[in-house]
Design a protein around this ligand. Sequence first.
Ligand SMILES: Cc1cc2nc3c(=O)[nH]c(=O)nc-3n(C[C@H](O)[C@H](O)[C@H](O)COP(=O)(O)OP(=O)(O)OC[C@H]3O[C@@H](n4cnc5c(N)ncnc54)[C@H](O)[C@@H]3O)c2cc1C
Length: 450
Amino acid sequence: MQSMDHENHGVDLIVVGAGLAGLFTAAIAARSGRKVVVLERSKQAGGRAATQVDQGIHFNLGPHAIYGRGEAFGLLAELDVRISGSFPPGAGAMLTDRDRRYRLPRTFPSMIASRFLTFRDRFRLLRLFGGLTRIEADSLDRVSLDDWLKRVVGEGNANRLVRTLCRVATYVDDSERLSAGAAIRQLQLAIAGNVLYLDGGWQSLVDGLREGLASRGVELRTDCRVRSLRDQGQFVSVELVTGETMQGQVAVLAVDPRSVVELLELPHDSPLSAWNRRRIPVKAACLDVALSRLPRPSCLVAFGLEPSLYYSVHSASARLAPPPIAVLHVMKYLNSDAQNTPGEVEAELEQYLESLQPGWRDLVVQRRFLPGLTVTHGLPCAVDGGVSGRPGVDAAGTGRILLAGDWVGPAGMLADACAASARESARRVTAVLSEPRIPSLRSVAHATAR
Ligand SMILES: Cc1cc2nc3c(=O)[nH]c(=O)nc-3n(C[C@H](O)[C@H](O)[C@H](O)COP(=O)(O)OP(=O)(O)OC[C@H]3O[C@@H](n4cnc5c(N)ncnc54)[C@H](O)[C@@H]3O)c2cc1C
């Protein structure tokens, strides 16, 4: 086995995976002067936050919006990553229920006037939303969204409306399993700071983080797949699929849970292997479309109560294509218990778009269908205590190999979980690096390379 060039022996931190979680971790560590290397198996950084750009048209991997008061937004500001974008258009947003359509009641007056709601529903919703920001979500981590909704809004259309809003905020179409605490926190976040669609798509986050890393001398190696990692006591050794090896004092694995289990060769009965086997991934099917113009320019946002569909024109709020081209996303939230044939789901999404933008097929500039994207690797289930039941950053069971990602740690969901776990991992990295080193890493690295 060949050893990697000596310059890379003795880096402080090796980050595996250059999705948001890996880039965040590397950026925090580099800011405090650490020598960091990031290894990414794909040809480019970004993971699920990457944006495809073709002829000036930007497609995120399905609809992506960042929470204005979320952990990711805050961390980006701390790291001086500048982003621009706007809130999605609220006025005119629709609810669809099979063939029926309603205005989404977004304000108290519109709730009172809504045809969709009975008098009792309206009263229950006003009471719920009036006190939503004061709900202690932590106390509901072990309660399912279904049970909580039945208790607070009964079983009518108020229930269906809140369930739909929770689905939009979490991407989870499984209210029987979803923790009410996790869902409520997402709703509270949305109410506190809305979400932003980003100019240039989420690639703007990735590029901003990458530029920050480059300016601090962090090496980002793409096309560089890691085969295994070992905690050697005083350092971590990393083997690439090419056979090269490298050492660092600490490593952060910012990859999917199955890869963590494989890279570390964790035993079948380890807690993380067990969690990996029972986790439920949250999936979605997405139709990403660019149209030369919108047949109905005022129809910009719709949420499906039944079936569980989403539609939004992201270019109405963010620069994603040269005007007048419109970029929109149509999505089906996939329930893990349902049978979803890609062909049928694609036809369902096309039909939904036809109902909202009749004649869209004649105006297609670009389109792609992505049948089974993983939105997040672990549904925060009530039986596990919601997000507090996810594996911690130290779940690999070795002090020198830490974890980060949207499935790691007890805080946040989606990109906010990436940011929160990256922050915690980077804090632990600093703690490990502050411990006295005996013998010195460099001498150990050289001894093992010989
Ligand atoms: C359709 C869709 C919509 C979404 N919408 C939103 C939204 O609106 N708001 C929000 O906050 N979040 C959203 N998300 C979630 C968000 O995109 C993810 O939470 C986030 O991008 C995950 O980042 P990550 O770094 O944890 O994982 P990833 O992006 O998956 O990164 C992991 C990286 O590790 C690399 N890797 C894996 N194995 C190896 C190896 N052996 N060696 C080297 N590299 C390796 C992979 O190539 C990948 O680049 C959405 C996701 C999807 C799919």
